[in-house]
Design a binder for this molecule. Structure first.
Ligand code: C5P
Length: 223
């Protein structure tokens, strides 16, 4: 099967809309591969900071994005062979990821890496520009969202479950700052494009969102 014939389900949306959980479950149900594209921006920022590179230095950041040694194994996220799964999930790491993600050179540097995840029998990819830039020919495009309040509650819960301190007011502020940057940057802004199905998860569970996407996938992917 040629790479472009491999089906892709693109799931985009703002922070803590449930994308990660939902996309992973959809991938598991279909036996597809899974790409968490946000982790690549998180890893780029972390790898750069470890090398003492300023997060505004676009050429050096692009070099780091191209050369970083990363691996995803058994649910772990490895940078230079070490598990950095928790380190890349802090609020600081989230803001740093959003800063480097606004740089076109960094986005370009990560393009091939992301497209290489498109392997048979299929891929579920989550992020901000999966349907618009990385996989514009995706078989199915979904825009997953929820109110800022519902997302802040979820994000706070997630952070606490990981043993990280999280104050709701701070989480709301950080979430809004990240939304603002992701939605208003000139390159690959987060946006609901008309070719993506809108699913609002404010009032529905992750399981219900998964079911909806699997229903849509049955029609478009034929699974
Ligand atoms: O999805 P996640 O919250 O892990 O993404 C972290 C940050 O990476 C986002 O706030 C966004 O700035 C950036 N990102 C992006 N494009 C993607 C995925 C993530 O710009 N496809």
């Amino acid at each position: 099967m040629s790479q472009t014939a491999v089906p892709v389900i693109a799931i985009d949306g703002p922070t803590a809309s449930g994308k990660g959980t939902v996309a992973q479950r959809v991938a598991d149900s279909l036996g597809f591969h899974y790409l968490d594209s946000g982790s690549l921006y998180r890893l780029t920022a972390l790898a750069a900071l470890r090398q003492g590179i300023d997060l505004a230095n676009a050429p050096d950041l692009a070099r780091v994005a191209t050369n970083m040694q990363i691996d995803f194994q058994g649910g772990k996220t490895l940078l230079d062979g070490c598990d950095v799964g928790d380190e890349i999930r802090t609020e600081l790491a989230s803001q740093n990821a959003s800063l480097v993600a606004a740089l076109p050179m960094v986005r370009d540097a990560l393009l091939t890496l992301q497209r290489d995840f498109r392997v048979a029998p299929g891929l579920v990819a989550d992020g901000r520009d999966m349907g618009s830039v990385v996989f514009p020919d995706a078989t199915l495009k979904v825009y997953l969202t929820a109110t800022a309040e519902a997302r802040a509650v979820r994000r706070t819960k997630q952070l606490k479950e990981k043993g990280m301190s999280a104050i709701m007011d701070d989480v709301v502020k950080e979430l809004r700052a990240r939304d603002e940057r992701d939605m208003n940057r000139p390159v690959a802004p987060l946006k609901h494009y008309p070719d993506a199905y809108l699913i609002d998860t404010t009032e529905i569970s992750a399981d219900q969102a998964v079911k909806k996407i699997l229903g849509l996938a049955q029609k478009s992917v034929g699974s």
